[in-house]
Design a protein around this ligand. Structure first.
Ligand SMILES: [Fe+2]
Ligand SMILES: [Fe+2]
Length: 168
């Protein structure tokens, strides 16, 4: 039917779909844990000492995020995923930091969507938990961008945000 707009369909969210998306988030958290565990230890060179220490802190925070996200998936009656997204490696410290920054950008984009989706479903406490995670992810972005001497990228709010304007 002509009246159903694609944007409206994309903005529809069910609890099952939210659990699926949270499982994607969980796989990204596992990816982040692995990347930060490894990168924090192999980054060498005096100029990377500070960021290597920060990456160790990130690793522990990502584990906390994984636990919080798993709890939400369980609460939604689904089984938490057990597979990380693929982790890239490089011998070049700059490459490693760029991979981390790319992943954090993707994570921030997704959590911004997830908060909106939780609120659409009336899951305000869950939205709040994800907001707390998002604050740390944005700090991770800043740490990485500063170590690379770059501006923090404006990643916007992801596909959901781009569709918001089309909402009735
Ligand atoms: Fe995280
Ligand atoms: Fe992070």
């Amino acid at each position: 039917m002509a009246e159903i707009k694609p944007a409206a369909i994309e903005n529809e969210i069910s609890r099952d779909r939210l659990a699926e998306l949270l499982n994607e988030d969980l796989s990204r958290e596992y990816q982040a844990i692995i990347a930060y565990v490894v990168y924090s230890q192999v980054l060498s060179g005096a100029q990377y000492m500070d960021i290597a220490a920060q990456l160790e802190i990130h690793a522990k925070q990502e584990l906390d995020h994984a636990l919080i996200i798993s709890r939400q998936i369980n609460y939604l009656g689904k089984m938490p995923a057990v597979t990380p997204k693929p982790v890239r490696t490089s011998k070049d410290p700059k490459d490693m930091l760029h991979y981390d920054l790319d992943n954090e950008n993707e994570t921030v984009r997704n959590y911004r969507d997830r908060i909106r989706q939780c609120e659409t479903l009336g899951e305000y406490a869950m939205a709040e938990q994800i907001r707390q995670i998002l604050m740390q992810e944005q700090d991770h972005q800043i740490d990485l961008a500063s170590a690379l001497g770059e501006e923090v990228p404006d990643v916007g709010g992801g596909p959901e945000a781009r569709n918001l304007g089309k909402r009735r």
